[in-house]
Design a protein around this ligand. Sequence first.
Ligand code: ADP
Length: 337
Amino acid sequence: MYYAVCDALECDVGGRVSAFKPAQELSGPIGEDGNVLQVRDLRMRYGSVDVLDGVNFTARRGEVLVLLGPNGAGKTTTIEILEGFRMRSAGEVLVLGVDPARGNERWRASLGIVLQSWRDHGKWKVRDLLVHFGRYYAPYSTPARPRPRNVDELIATVGLTALADHRIATLSGGQRRRLDVAIGMVGRPEVLFLDEPTAGFDPEARRGFHDLVHRLSDLEDTTILLTTHDLDEAEKLADRILILADGRIVADGSADQLARRASAQSEVRWSRNGEHFVHPTSDAPTFVRELFAQHGDAITDIEVRRATLEDTYMAMVHRHETGHPGRAALTLVEADR
Ligand code: ADP
């Protein structure tokens, strides 16, 4: 849908789609099984480089998926293919049951898109721009999803009420990013794509954004796919985390599941008589019970540390990027058995 709106404003957000070619025949009834996003064996080649080399994942209605991966892994490429902004080299993709390469205006109207960087329309005022974009969605309004959203409520939701009549050029980076998020939401989308939405947010804006994502998925059943480099944010937001490395999804699961895959071992740290101890164990409760049975009140400062999402992320990315599994990667292999 962004092309249509942006055409009117003479911007070139949609200009990245060079050509729509007919999609390949889909091999199965994908999209009919309740999946809002369905990606099978997605491939993208730039020149002679295979950036995506067989990406597979699905998302159900109301799920929040966070796509992680190092710079250059292909996250933006993946998202832009799903948005219909880039034509894939191969593979099967359905978004709301439609191949993005063939999506019509009604299909576009059900998507919300927050691009990684978009700095146009500096002379527009915040409210005016949202009203303008919102108009595009009116023909696609349904009783279940009234479109567009009430613009003043939306401006309040993203914390820009005081700036509603200010020109966009005067906004700070973080405020501009909040406006980007509002633009992505104005059509009350069924699927929302957000590429690094919180870049430049202060902690308060970040927390506000996290609440917003939870509300959109819980109350409006919006399916959300977002990228971030903030692992803490990923852990807070994601129903499922996908790690993209070496052209493939190398991990797919909740933050908890991924952390357990990284290492079955916890680390117990404690102090006794002024000395500090650390012990790895696969059964922390039993170890801690025995520790107290043995030393009782002499134990102070006890801490049990499970593997974190960061441990998993580093292990997975290291393993797949170097092609030489290191220590952490070996832990993963062992845990997988
Ligand atoms: P990420 O979002 O994970 O940082 P991108 O999808 O932006 O990764 O890019 C993945 C790789 O593809 C990078 O090496 C990038 O340089 C390359 N790339 C992206 N767009 C193009 C393009 N239009 N032409 C050639 N190479 C590209």
